[in-house]
Ligand binder design. Structure first.
Ligand code: GAL
Length: 851
């Protein structure tokens, strides 16, 4: 594609932009130059965010996309997940949650653009990196290298996606929203492992993509040597130092990690918004014009879609929109303010290149100035000390690790470390449940749940199609991931004088590539073991009791998401590859090459026990049901929680398993898998370089107890919940919860700039800082002020305390301004509240309730 564009004057550009947004169906021309993507002749400063369509449900899409738009996004980025679209080779599925075109249209309906990252390798903490398992079984195939069978399949699927989008008229060149596409994903991180064929493959992929003639630019992320005309882009926590591989390409950031993903057995990662805002502002300061939050809404790994091993079911990611689709504050609000501030600079940013000047050690100004426009960014990249710098003859106070944005090169509209946005607490409210009476009536208004029925999943081989073979087989090659589970079963005869015996015992050793192992001896559980996200390997050993005559060993191996990252991730393997050995005082018996019988999956899976629309005689309804025993299916009925708040189940009390609501999987649950005891910080210092281990919470606690039940999975009246419990649990302990916004708070200092909305270059000095509160739900009004202090309050939302200095009028003034309205704005100034103490920078902290 042409990498140059004629630039239009700003007025014409704005008019064109308006026409484009209003027109909807006009063909749009997307190119790029060294500064930016150029849309219909106009360079654009764009803010993008990742939302993966299968990680929420179609009824959630419009709301999430609208919140993204309100948050200041221009572009929604999504990967395309090959495995869900082509579960069987040649059989495509674009229905429901997999309706990619519907998702793209929903983005277009909101007036936003789309960046379609086709991959088709996507990583994404998605099972097998998004590749369908059948791909692995194509003779002679080698993934992600110069291999004909692989390239044929990759080209076919990529073309299928492009054709599907073209068929629906979704490329910008056709008047649709897609302005950008990605081929491959971070191949440059690992391509050296593939040698010269890897380079050949990368060039082939680029050429193949371009040949599909989408009419919009292609990118390759983390691929320094991406060939023209592909744009090489950056992924990371910071990308301000990145430069593209040609002077003709813009500086683009495809993954700004807004937090990090959660693993079963890991602590919960979070990324402070001050640091994220700093990274964003630094990127635009240093010449960037396109950045994408990975993730803006993370969502939920429903079904068995999570990658691995050990990726959790929640893919919340500490994103600006939380797993449940609610805005996370102040993250969402502060970033919205950052986006507005950057957009105020857009005329200058697209008009010229930045020039940099030092403002002293670790402090830097970037100025975009030409003709009548001028915008500046002042950065303090010192991780410890605040600084006062002089810029254009004026003094500016820059908190440590912050950027101030000056859309007129004079007045500060925003500083990344000073949050004007409100904070809201998101709470899980546990619903009171009561048993459904036999006549169908129930007492509590919140939720009714019936008794539990159960079905026993038998130990060992019960299916007719079991397979017997000498030796131990790798799991993924055997199951093709049709199930998490593979039974390995063998038997042997004990006469009593075998060398591997110590009396009636023998020491059994089982080595597995992972991910989870249960050992049954003669039908009884003898132990279990599991790997972890950092190493899935298992080496289990224990003395076991043997009986004279025939003895049976049944090993249940389970995967918890297939590997999704790294060179040759597809060949990592899983399951019991041995050795499996019995040993005693006088010798050993290696069972590794014995005859083993294999069963893929559980009997209950074959019987579709998860789908209650199919009645099965297996289910036992009785007052008493087995608890804390492995391999049990449980089933109950419940009424849906009233209202439209998001719903979750707290699985505390259960072990590990999978859950289905009305036959739809809500993913794997594993509340007994705990985060390590150490490595967490109570309050994470945002200053200084962030990494995925820097800010962790919930050490020593379960990685995930709460599991999202999308509202659209529920129906009025009776709903079915089915669990398959692998380790043992007590289903009477589970509870239903709804996610709600609690208090609305804000704390704004006199030293903050005015609210970004009040920006007006010539008048900026006249506006002072203001505290704004807004009820999260339509129709709500502020009903009470729980706390208000102007002075030196401390603490956080929900636990603010008065400081030594506090204006006595604060509460009544704030009540007067805020009670009974859905939003209010209060000036943060002594002229308003009186001056409770001189010579001190004061702040206003307020906690309010909405109803
Ligand atoms: C990147 C990758 C993404 C995702 C991310 C971590 O390396 O491109 O797909 O896996 O890491 O969340």
């Amino acid at each position: 594609m042409a990498a140059t564009a004629r630039l239009l004057p700003a007025g014409a550009a704005a008019l064109l932009l308006l026409l484009c947004l209003a027109g909807g169906t006009r063909a749009t021309n997307v190119t790029y130059d060294h500064r930016a993507l150029v849309i219909d002749g106009v360079r654009r400063v764009l803010v993008s965010g990742s939302i993966h369509y299968p990680r929420s449900t179609p009824d959630m899409w419009p709301g999430i996309i609208q919140k993204a738009k309100d948050g200041g996004l221009d572009v929604i980025e999504t990967y395309v997940f090959w495995d869900i679209h082509e579960p069987v080779r040649g059989q495509y599925d674009f229905e429901g949650r997999k309706d990619l075109a519907a998702f793209v249209k929903a983005v277009a309906d909101a007036g936003l653009y789309v960046h379609l990252r086709i991959g088709p390798y996507v990583c994404a903490e998605w099972n097998y990196g998004g590749f369908p398992l059948w791909l692995h079984f194509i003779p002679g195939i080698k993934f992600r290298t110069d291999n004909e069978p692989f390239k044929t399949e990759m080209q076919r699927f990529t073309a299928k996606v492009v054709d599907t989008m073209k068929g629906a008229g979704l490329y910008a060149s056709q008047g649709g929203p897609i302005i950008l596409s990605q081929i491959e994903n971070e191949y440059g991180n690992i391509d050296s492992a593939y040698g010269a064929p890897g380079k050949a493959y990368m060039r082939w992929a680029a050429g193949m993509a371009v040949s599909l003639d989408t009419g919009v630019p292609w990118v390759m992320c983390q691929q320094t040597d991406a060939p023209d005309p592909l744009i090489n882009t950056c992924n990371g926590f910071y990308c301000d130092q990145f430069t593209p591989n040609s002077d003709a390409k813009p500086k683009m950031w495809t993954e700004n990690w807004s937090g990090w993903f959660l693993s079963f057995g890991g602590a919960v990662p979070y990324r402070p918004v001050e640091d994220l805002a700093f990274a964003v502002a630094r990127f635009y300061q240093r010449g960037g014009t396109f950045q994408n939050y990975y993730m803006y809404h993370g969502g939920t790994n429903l079904d068995r879609s999570s990658g691995g091993p050990f990726i959790a079911t929640s893919y919340d990611y500490d994103a600006p929109i939380d797993e449940y689709g609610l805005v996370r504050q102040p993250k969402w609000g502060h970033l919205r303010d950052v986006h507005k501030a950057i957009k105020l600079c857009e005329p200058a940013l697209i008009a010229t290149d930045p020039s940099y000047t030092s403002l002293g050690p670790n402090a830097e100004a970037a100025v975009y100035k030409t003709g009548s426009v001028c915008a500046a960014f002042l950065a303090n990249i010192d991780g410890q000390s605040d600084k006062t710098v002089t810029f254009n003859g004026r003094m500016y106070r820059l908190p440590a690790w912050s950027v101030s944005i000056l859309p007129d090169c004079k007045n500060v509209v925003l500083n990344t470390a000073q949050i004007n946005s409100q904070v809201t607490s998101l709470e899980m409210r546990y619903l009171e449940s009561s048993n459904l009476a036999s006549d169908g009536s129930f007492i509590t208004p919140e939720l009714a749940i019936s008794g539990w029925s159960y079905a026993i999943e038998p130990v060992g081989i019960t299916k007719d199609n079991a397979l017997t073979k000498a030796g131990l087989m790798e799991q993924i090659n055997t199951t093709a991931d049709a199930s998490d589970f593979l039974w390995y079963s063998t038997s042997f005869t004990v006469k009593g004088d075998e060398p591997y015996l110590n009396g009636s015992q023998s020491n059994l050793v089982v080595n597995s590539l992972g991910h989870v192992l249960q050992v049954y001896i003669n039908g009884k559980i003898a132990g279990s073991a599991q790997g972890s996200a950092s190493s899935s390997l298992i080496s289990w050993q224990k003395p076991i009791e043997l009986v004279p005559g025939k003895n049976k060993i049944d090993l249940l191996s389970a995967t918890v998401g297939l590997s999704n990252y790294g060179a040759f991730f597809d060949l990592v393997g899983a399951g019991i590859t041995g050795p499996v050995k019995l040993s005693g005082t006088n010798g050993a018996l290696d069972l590794s090459s014995a005859e083993w019988t294999y069963q893929i999956g559980l009997r209950g899976e074959d019987l579709h026990l998860y789908d209650p629309s199919e009645a099965s005689p297996e289910w036992v309804s009785a007052n008493a049901y087995p608890i804390n025993q492995p391999l049990i299916w449980y089933k109950t009925k419940f009424t849906p929680p009233a209202g439209d708040d998001p719903v979750a189940i707290d699985f505390t009390g259960m072990g590990k398993g999978e859950a289905w609501v009305n036959g739809q999987s809500i993913g794997r649950y594993w509340p007994t898998n705990l985060a390590p005891q150490s490595g967490c910080v109570n309050s994470c210092n945002y200053r200084g370089n962030y990494n995925s281990n820097k800010c962790l919470k919930k050490c020593g606690q379960p990685s995930q107890t709460l599991y999202h039940v999308p509202r659209s999975f529920l129906q009025p009246g009776s709903n079915d919940l089915v669990l398959f419990e692998q380790f043992g649990g007590d289903p009477s302990k589970i509870s239903f919860v709804i996610r709600q916004t609690g208090s609305v708070c804000a704390q704004v200092s006199e030293a903050h700039p005015a609210q970004v909305d009040s920006w007006n270059s010539s008048q900026q000095q006249r506006y002072g800082p203001a505290l704004r509160l807004e009820c999260p739900k339509d129709g709500q009004v502020i009903s009470s002020i729980k706390f208000a202090s102007f002075g030196t309050p401390s603490g956080t939302c929900g636990s603010y305390r008065h400081g030594e200095c506090s204006s006595t009028q604060t509460l009544s003034v704030v009540q007067e301004a805020c009670i009974g309205v859905s939003s209010c704005s209060v000036p943060v100034s002594s002229t308003y509240f009186g001056n409770p103490c001189t010579g001190v920078t004061k702040s206003l902290a307020v906690e309010a309730a909405c109803s």
